[in-house]
Design a protein around this ligand. Structure first.
Ligand code: UDP
Ligand code: MG
Length: 351
C-alpha cells in the first residue's frame, strides 16, 4: 500500500504544555510508521506556560519536530496559517493539541487519501454533549453559511482534517489576512469527504472559545464569505419605504375625510423608534464589512514569528535559533501571487 513520502502535522497550541506531553509521543508512535518522513509542526500561539521549554527539549530529541513560536497570541486561524506555510509534506494534517483530535483517526484519513481523496475532514457525529444554546447557535450559523460564496461550510466540521499538497498550496494562494479557515477549506474545493467521529473531552485545561468569542468568530465567518446581509438591508429599506408610503397615504386620506389631526402620537413614536433601530442595525452590518476591508487594506502580516526550532536527533548539531529573528521580513504574499508557496514563511505571512 503506497505511503505518503512525507506527512506534516500542524498543531496550533496556546498553553497546552500538559496536553502536548501526551499528544506528541502518541503522534510519533501512531504516524511514524505511516510515512517515509514525518514532520510535526507545533505552532505556539503565545503560550505563557512551559510550552517553549518543553518544545525545545522535544526538538533536541526528535528530528521530526519543528517548533514555531509566534511573537504573541494571534489566534488559532493565524497559528494554523503559520503551520501550513511551514509544512513541507505531501500530505498535511491539522489537529488540536488538547487530545480532542485522536491521532488514530489520521490513519483512517490517510487510507482515504491513498484511495484518491484530496481532503478528508472530521465531522462531529453528535453535538449532544453541548448545551442547547450552543447547538442552536451552530445550527443557525451553518444555515447562514450555506448562503456563502463558496460551497458553504460543511456542518459540524472543524479544523481537524487531512489535506493533499495541492489543497495546501491552493489555501496558501488565498491572500486574505483575516483568515476564517473553515470557510477557506471549503472554498478551495477539491475532492473532499467527511469522516464522522466523536471527539473526546479536552484532556487538560479549558476551551478558549467561549460563547462571546464564538459569536465573534461566527460574524467573522459570515462577513468573510457572504454579501447577502448587505443586499438584505437594501431590500429591507425598500420594503419599509413602501410601507411608510402606504401609511402616509392612509394618513392623508383620513385627514381629508375626517379632519383628524391630533391622534397618532403613539404611532409616531413607535415608527420613529422602529426606524432608528433599523438604521442603527444597518449601520452596524455595513460597519462589519467596512471593518474587514480596513483589516485587509492595512496589509499587516497574519502573524510574526519569534522563534523557530528545528528538531534534530540527539547528539547532532541543530539549527535552533531561540530568541533570534530567523530571517529577513517576508515579502508580502500579495506582491508575489505567482509563487505563494515559496514565500518566506519564517517572519510571518502577509497573506
Ligand atoms: N488555540 C490557539 N490559539 C488560540 C486559541 C486556541 O492556538 O488563540 C489552540 C488550542 O491550544 C487548541 C486548539 O487551538 O490546540 C483548539 O482550541 P480549543 O480546544 O480551546 O477550542 P475548541 O476545541 O473548544 O473548539
Ligand atoms: Mg478543544
Amino acid at each position: 500500500m503506497p505511503q505518503p513520502a512525507s506527512l506534516s502535522c500542524v498543531i496550533p497550541c496556546l498553553n497546552e504544555q500538559a496536553n502536548l506531553g501526551i499528544l506528541l509521543p502518541q503522534l510519533l508512535a501512531t504516524l511514524g510508521p505511516e510515512t517515509g518522513r514525518l514532520e510535526v509542526i507545533v505552532v505556539d500561539d503565545g503560550s505563557t506556560d512551559g510550552t517553549p521549554e518543553l518544545m525545545r527539549h522535544w526538538c533536541g530529541l526528535h528530528p521530526e519536530m519543528v517548533y514555531l513560536r509566534l511573537s504573541r497570541n494571534f489566534g488559532k486561524e493565524a497559528a494554523l496559517t503559520a503551520g501550513l506555510e511551514a509544512a513541507t509534506g505531501d500530505v498535511v494534517v491539522c489537529l488540536d493539541a488538547d487530545m480532542q483530535h485522536p491521532p488514530e483517526l489520521v490513519v483512517a484519513m490517510l487510507q482515504r487519501w491513498r484511495e484518491g481523496m484530496q481532503m478528508v475532514y472530521a465531522v462531529r457525529a453528535t453535538r449532544e454533549d453541548e448545551s442547547w444554546f450552543k447547538r442552536a447557535g451552530s445550527r443557525l450559523f451553518y444555515l447562514l453559511m450555506r448562503t456563502s460564496d463558496g460551497r458553504g461550510v460543511p456542518p459540524n466540521a472543524g479544523d481537524f482534517r487531512l489535506m493533499d499538497r495541492a489543497v495546501v498550496d491552493a489555501l496558501l494562494r488565498l491572500p486574505e489576512r483575516d483568515r476564517f479557515m473553515k470557510g477557506l477549506f471549503a472554498w478551495v474545493g477539491f475532492d473532499a469527504e467527511a469522516m464522522p467521529y466523536t471527539p473526546p473531552q479536552r484532556l487538560h485545561g479549558v476551551s478558549r472559545f467561549r460563547p462571546l468569542k464564538l459569536l465573534r468568530f461566527a460574524i467573522d465567518g459570515l462577513t468573510a464569505f457572504t454579501t447577502w446581509p448587505l443586499r438584505l438591508l437594501s431590500l429591507l429599506g425598500a420594503c419599509l419605504s413602501l410601507v411608510a408610503f402606504v401609511y402616509g397615504l392612509f394618513i392623508i386620506v383620513t385627514h381629508l375625510l375626517f379632519g383628524d389631526a391630533v391622534r397618532g402620537w403613539a404611532t409616531l413614536i413607535i415608527v420613529i423608534l422602529f426606524f432608528s433601530g433599523v438604521n442603527l442595525m444597518s449601520l452596524g452590518i455595513v460597519g462589519e464589512y467596512i471593518a474587514r476591508i480596513f483589516t485587509e487594506v492595512k496589509g499587516r502580516p497574519v502573524y510574526l514569528l519569534r522563534e523557530r526550532v528545528q528538531g534534530r536527533a540527539p547528539g547532532t548539531a541543530g539549527d535552533a535559533a531561540p530568541g533570534r529573528p530567523p530571517q529577513p521580513p517576508a515579502a508580502p504574499r500579495s506582491a508575489n501571487p505567482a509563487s505563494p508557496a515559496q514565500a518566506p514563511a519564517s517572519q510571518g505571512s502577509t497573506s
